[in-house]
Design a protein around this ligand. Sequence first.
Ligand code: NI
Ligand code: MN
Length: 220
Amino acid sequence: MEIRYYGHSAFELETKGRKILIDPFMVSVREYKPDNIYDIFVTHGHSDHLGSAIEISKNTGAPISAVFELAKYCSKQGAKSVDLGLGAWKDYSWGRAILVPAFHSSSAPDGSYAGCPCGVILEIEGKTIYHAGDTSLNSEMKMIGEVYAPDVAMLPIGGRYTMDIEHAVIAAEWLQTSAVIPMHYNTFEAIKVDIEEFKRRIREVGKIPTVLGIGSSIKA
Ligand code: NI
Ligand code: MN
């Protein structure tokens, strides 16, 4: 599997020619041409996560998987959607996925209620990938560590609206993950961080800091 970063909290996972988008807010990408997109996940309704999801869904036919209320919002905008609740595995053509709680807020661009903010765990090719969405440090992460022990965790580190570096380091330990991909930082002034500090502190707790440039990817 390949994990590609598009800046902010946007990722594309690729497995056997099938691509899965998460939180496709493509503001940092000069040009993005979606191809072979099978599914799109959106963790919550804020515009820096919903991003271009509706447009990409309309153009490619790939459905948006999201918590019930957000999925209904996407359908109303003309996108295909898959409505999910928290805590139940759903099978997909490439593996399976489950929504877990995030501690944050969520509303759709029109101000309507967009359901509970979420993180998502995906099982692909026997690997477990956790995308935390926007969240504070929270004890659910201990449960996620115990039950799912993700191989890779994408964690917000920018602070202000989400966890900062200090809390992301604690989260990495609770999650029992081996590699952490930082996200939700340096997109704008309020979430600026020193990425070298992140790398140093993650290494101090015996984890691998996997910092991805815009458009770059790793094999997982
Ligand atoms: Ni948010
Ligand atoms: Mn956000």
